[in-house]
Write a protein that binds this ligand. Structure first.
Ligand SMILES: [Fe+2]
Ligand SMILES: [Fe+2]
Length: 415
């Protein structure tokens, strides 16, 4: 993001959140003792000061420790967001009083509010309760939800699957966002779970880091622990290009982006992964083979489109089963299905299931579904399938609520 866009974004967000904070305070202050009022105001002043410190650090290009940038920042946003949503109760109260006031004016009668106090108290308590529930849920998501790795098991039925590939176990992981982890311990835990599944093949579908390749350096030894009988195949996600840090206003930004990519390729190589950039590979077992195709990030809307599916599909053996790795599932409807109806299955990530939602056997919801037609799990259209992994790490909100970090065990079966 360039500086002027960041400044506009920062100004709007700060104004909205400060307004919500003040509105919430004036709405509930009659329910607070003097001591709590001082606590509330001090905390708001501190959080606002932190917001300005964060913006200053961004402009000054200061490297602040990840815990301040991710966990503390995330907690502050959770406080504001909880207040913003809780304000709905107070808004109901204000609208109710405004309507009564207007009616009294029209009728030229005194604006009596006999039932006003109990109703006001109810709405105030509703606001405080909503804040409490939301805030504790968000904090639980930060402390536990972000590390609660879960294994999703999927049977992928493919026509023309060669006999030697029947029962092949593929583990897919995606969106590690290692820059969000303060230590390698969560990755170690997740990779131990992966190893216990004894995968034949591992697919990593992009977004290794948040901003720059250097974030992965402290985790290099851990990344090497991801291994499978027939190898680890990887691709890049939208976060792996340095696009969110290096922008046109920066001196030598092209060199910085080039360095970022070289380092990223080196990290994948050192980890022992086969990074596929608009290319194909052939996996041979006995006298049979399948094709694994990997594209660079191709994102819908404002996201960068580095992926070149035509280049990647060049010289792919027509007779083989074709598995495609493409980070952003928007690519499937936009290019993969219309251009290459012979790609049997696509593996994506990117949506994170918005790290927020509800998933039960009978019902599921996440704001991700408003943005992506395919946002989590297996989808089928015609003869083609896509699996969208919910991601292993987190970005933005430093946790997860209702959408656990995912390790997918996919078993290939003949349809
Ligand atoms: Fe991601
Ligand atoms: Fe992504």
């Amino acid at each position: 993001m360039d500086h002027s866009k960041f400044l506009t974004f920062f100004a709007i967000i700060t104004l909205v959140l400060t307004f919500a904070d003040l509105y919430f305070y004036f709405g509930i202050r009659s329910r607070m003792s003097k001591k709590w009022k001082i606590v509330y105001i001090s905390f708001s002043a501190l959080t606002l000061a932190y917001v300005f410190f964060g913006a200053y650090s961004y402009f000054a290009g200061n490297k602040i420790p990840p815990i301040l940038k991710i966990q503390v920042w995330g907690t502050i946003l959770c406080i504001y967001l909880s207040k913003l949503i809780a304000c709905i109760w107070l808004l109901i109260d204000d609208i109710r009083r405004l309507i009564k006031f207007v009616i009294a004016k029209i009728r030229s009668t005194p604006n009596t509010d006999e039932n006003g106090m109990p109703r006001k108290k109810f709405l105030q308590l509703g606001a405080i309760g909503t804040f409490g529930v939301l805030f504790s849920t968000f904090i639980y998501g930060i402390v536990r939800g972000g590390y609660n790795f879960s294994i999703h098991t999927v049977s992928l039925k493919l026509k023309n699957l060669p006999k030697n590939f029947e029962g092949l176990k593929i583990v897919q992981i995606s969106d590690m966002h290692v820059g969000s982890f303060l230590t390698s311990d969560p990755l170690e835990d997740a990779f131990k779970m992966v190893a216990e599944l004894k995968p034949d093949l591992i697919f990593f579908t992009g977004d290794l880091v948040n901003d720059i390749s250097e974030e992965a350096l402290p985790h290099q030894e851990t990344l090497k622990k991801l291994s499978a009988k027939y190898g680890v195949y990887s691709i890049l996600g939208n976060h792996d290009y340095g696009d969110y840090v290096y922008h046109e206003e920066m001196p030598d930004y092209l060199e910085k982006k080039a360095h970022n990519k070289v380092l990223m390729q080196e990290i994948h190589r050192n980890a022992g992964w086969d990074l596929i950039l608009n290319e194909k590979r052939e996996l041979v077992i006995g006298d049979e083979k399948i094709s694994i195709i990997g594209v660079e990030n191709w994102g819908g809307g404002r996201f960068a489109k580095y992926g070149d599916i035509e280049k990647a599909m060049k010289d792919v053996d027509d007779s083989t089963v074709k598995l495609l790795l493409s980070h952003d599932p928007s690519h499937w409807d936009a290019q993969v299905r219309p251009m290459f109806p012979d790609i049997d299955a696509t593996f994506s990530g990117h949506t994170h299931g918005m790290q927020f939602g509800i998933e039960t056997k009978y019902f599921r919801f996440s704001p991700a579904q408003w943005r992506y037609d395919q946002w989590a799990g297996l989808y089928e259209k015609g003869k083609q399938q896509i699996y969208v992994n919910r991601g292993l790490g987190f970005v933005g909100y430093p946790g997860r609520v209702g959408i656990s970090p995912e390790i997918t065990l996919i078993t290939l079966e003949k349809a």
